[in-house]
Structures are given as C-alpha cells and as structure tokens.
Write a protein that binds this ligand. Sequence first.
Ligand code: PBG
Length: 328
Amino acid sequence: MHFPVTRLRRLRSHPVIRSMVNETTLSPDNLVMPLFACPGEQVKNPISSMPEQFQLSIDLLVEECKVLYGLGIRSVLLFGIPESKDEHGLTGAHEDAIIPRAIRAIKKEVPEMYVIADVCNCEYTSHGHCGTIVNNDVDNDLTLETLARQAVVFAKAGVDMVAPSDMMDGRVARIRESLDREGFSQTPIMAYSAKYASAFYGPFREAADSAPQFGDRQTYQMNPANSNEAMREIELDIEEGADIIMVKPALSYLDIIQRAKDNFNIPIAAYNVSGEFSMVKAAAEKGWIDGERITLEILKSIRRAGADIILTYHAKEVAKWLVNEKKI
Ligand code: PBG
C-alpha cells in the first residue's frame, strides 16, 4: 500500500496519537549522574569547561546526592581527586582514599542512593596514565593488580557497583575474581568495554585533573575508526563476567551502541561524555541552539540506538525539566 492510501502524517496529526506511537522514552530511571569528589570541607570548585559541574568535597557531595535523589536521580558515578598522586595510582586504592570515604559518607547519609565507582588509575597517577608505566607505556598485567585492589577497596567501603574504565586486557576477569574472593560476589561490574581514544574527554581531564603528562591513550583506548573491534571487546568482557557493557563516548558512536544491542543480550550503558556536554552548553550559551531541546533530543537518540542506561552530566537538569514540565 502506498500514497495516497498510505499517509504517515495521519498518526502525527494529534498530540495524543503522537504519544501513543512514541517509540523511545527517557526517564530519570535511565540516568546516572557523574560526580567529582575532592578533599576538604565546604569546597565547591567550578569546572570551567563544564558549566554547573563542580569538584565537591565529601560533605557537599552528600548534600548533592540528597538533592539528586529528591529529583529522581537514584544513581551516581563517582570520580576522585586525591590529595596526592604516585607512580602506580595507589593513592586511590586504600581505605582512607577519597572515593572509599565518599562512598561511606553517601551510604551513611543517603543509603538509598545507588553508588557506582569508576575504577581507573589516571586520577591517581603522577603521570596521568591509566596504569603503571614500563618503557614509556602502560604495562597491562601490572596494572591489573592496582585495578583489582581499587575495586576491592571500593567494595569494602560499600559501593553498589564498580565500573572499570582503564581498557586493560583481562581486567574484568581479574576484578571479578578479586571481588568474589573477598566476599563481594554480588557486586556487579559495568565494564567500559568499547571505550575510544577520544577528544571528547577533554573537559573531563580538567575536571578530574587526569590529563596524561606525556603521549596519549592510543595504546589502550580504541581507535575511533573501528567497529568490529568494539564487538570483540564487548564479547570478551561478557565472557569475563561483565554484568553491563558500556560504549563511550555516546553521540559519535550511536552505530556502536546499536550494533551492540543487536548482537548481545546484556544491558547496555552509554557515556554521554564531558565534551558532548560542553559543546551543547557552549552553543546554548551563545544562543545558537535551544540547549534544553537539543539535550533531550541527544539523550533520546542514545536511548533509541539501544542504550538502557545513560551516564550524563545533564542528568540533574533533565530530572528538573521532567519534574517541572513533563516534557518527555
Ligand atoms: C578515566 C575516565 C575518563 C572518562 C571517564 N573515566 C577519561 C579518560 O579516559 O581520559 C571520561 C569521561 C568524560 O569525558 O566525561 N579513565
């Protein structure tokens, strides 16, 4: 059947029928808000390249969690800015490190908040790379040790889920083994499986003070040109025991999200990263785009591609828009 019998505009003619045939929804249930924990008290350092995002000391981080929970954002992803750094990143992997302290504080004051912790060394190493350096490159197998140690420390502090973002080979299996051995067989792993060596992380590296001091991350993060390789990464992470796999960044990688959804029966997360956030904010500030509409459109496109979960700095404002305007 085709025109003039078929007219697709019939089902676009009225708001009620438009919502009845709406295929993709976005709710605070799907969103995770990333937060940056820093030392001190009453510290709220604005991140200049990310409007309305802050490095927060733990006391204020807890307050922010209360606000987020009230708005319907029931999960946060934590990154840490430590007091000091070392060659291996071990300043992030002991019981009194910034993230374990933040986890304990949130769990004490807002126990219903689902706390996810990013597991990586780049915030804690003096050179800014994601692991231990040998011969000018990150040594894979040595780095597995520090990652597993960090994951166990976070689990002991009461984290609900760990999210390794380092891209070392074999880290999911290694973290799973260590968590299980220490009695945390119920702690899920959300693996940053297809994580690309992307320029979209620029603003984050200011936020987390984690820019590499030499070279780049191309020997461990993926080449943006590759899609088949992403499927291999995802397959391996699932075999190693990942509970959720992630594609990162999101917006330039919607094809990867969709391919993952079509090929694997596992929940998929997508990280709408710092550069994606900052581009929208900068253009909206200039009045060149409608920031709110574009944000909702972007997040919906990430869901439409196949993401069940979106990690996004927009989470808080989106929740507010939803509460106030029932826009979606
Ligand atoms: C740590 C990590 C990064 C991001 C999340 N975890 C930075 C990087 O790999 O350089 C990026 C998040 C963002 O840009 O919002 N390895």
